[in-house]
Design a protein around this ligand. Structure first.
Ligand code: PEP
Ligand code: MN
Length: 352
């Protein structure tokens, strides 16, 4: 048995990459035990995951093994020395998970989307010193995600982690859930005290995107990865398309470039470049302010001369000239288009 990983210590100082792995659902005692043993033999996994109550989009599928599975998880934890975590969606789930001494909990994307459920969970966890991982809500609404942390913190919970698992969008292709990386980055900006890990399995929804998505998450400085793993993914009762065998997880991990969290020499160099960037950003802001001022003056002239605000020919010419010029300067068409569309919108608003 290996020494148990201290989840709270990691949350307080999340320098090392956290690795959570395990099946989407705990299906039987043997299934969980077998995959857990193989995962612990990799010597890379810190926490074992397993769903006991499964939120299924439509009824009558496998809805989880229930309380009995918590006993199997705990037995397995004692043999492997690894802490175990499961999903809770109701106060009854919380009560049972606490009764069985489950080491950490996660709250699923559908639950985080519902403030009533979140409040009930926060109330049922009042003053429990258990680590709680909070998935992003299914809708790309950062306020719901922030709100979930606020509710849990008001209930006295001190060890909180965010799990980025992607968002339901009209078009998420090729992913199952659109990652929208800008949202976890914004969460991190607003809550630097909360580590964020990436659930690549629920973002990808299929095995072949996992490696590249894990690398992207690492490049964006994720604090950890959650990956669904099953010894026989093809016969898994839930999420069969996205689970990977422990041996494939091992291969995937060895193909990843895991970045160092800090280096003093590089920090100095970065500091230099960052001050240059800050200077450039300031110039951009000053130029934008100057441009807006001129737009307002143009607005006055159009009003005095009874001219329409939107001059479509002029706008089309500006946009295509800027895109061509941008390309010559090595800038992507979409970037130039997005920036000038935003600038033009502001200009129109000022003239209306
Ligand atoms: C899960 O982790 O198995 C799960 C159901 O996740 P999510 O809430 O992200 O859909
Ligand atoms: Mn799953």
């Amino acid at each position: 048995m290996r020494g148990s990983f201290d989840i709270k210590k990691w949350i307080e100082n999340p320098d090392e990459l956290l690795l959570i792995a395990g099946p989407c659902s705990v299906e039987s005692r043997e299934q969980f035990f077998d995959v857990a043993m193989k995962l612990s033999e990799l010597r890379r996994v810190n926490i074992l995951r397993g769903g006991i109550w499964k939120p299924r989009t439509r009824p009558n599928g496998f809805e989880g093994i229930g309380e009995e599975g918590l006993k199997w998880m705990k037995e397995t934890s004692q043999v492997t020395g690894l802490p175990v975590m499961t999903e809770v969606a109701t106060p009854e789930h919380v009560e049972l998970a606490l009764k069985h001494n489950i080491d950490a909990l996660w709250i699923g994307a559908r639950t985080v989307a519902n403030p009533f459920s979140m409040q009930q969970l926060a109330d049922s966890l009042y003053n429990c010193d258990i680590p709680v991982f909070v998935k992003n809500p299914i809708a790309p609404d950062i306020k719901l995600w922030l709100g979930a942390f606020e509710r849990l913190a008001s209930s006295g919970l001190k060890h909180l982690v965010a799990i980025h698992r992607g968002f339901q969008d009209i078009n998420s292709s090729p992913y199952r859930n659109n990652p929208r990386w800008e949202i976890p980055i914004e969460l991190h900006r607003q809550r630097t005290d909360i580590p964020i890990i990436t659930d690549i399995s629920h973002i990808c929804g299929c095995r072949n995107l996992l490696q590249a998505t894990a690398q992207k998450a690492l490049d964006l400085a994720t604090n950890g990865l959650m990956i669904e793993s099953h010894c026989h993914p093809e016969i898994a009762l839930t999420d069969a398309e996205q689970q990977i065998k422990p041996c494939d997880l091992e291969r995937m991990l060895s193909g990843l470039t895991i970045h160092k969290s800090k280096s003093n020499d590089v920090d100095l160099l970065l500091h230099e470049f960052r001050s240059q960037i800050d200077g450039i950003d300031d110039e951009i802001l000053q130029l934008l302010a100057k441009r807006s001022e001129i737009s307002s003056q143009i607005g006055d002239i159009k009003r005095e001369n009874n001219l329409a605000v939107l001059q479509l020919d002029r706008w089309n010419a500006i946009l295509s000239n800027h895109i061509t010029r941008g390309k010559m300067l090595g800038l992507k068409e979409e970037l130039v288009k997005e920036i000038f569309e935003a600038i033009h919108k502001d200009s129109i608003d000022r003239q209306l």
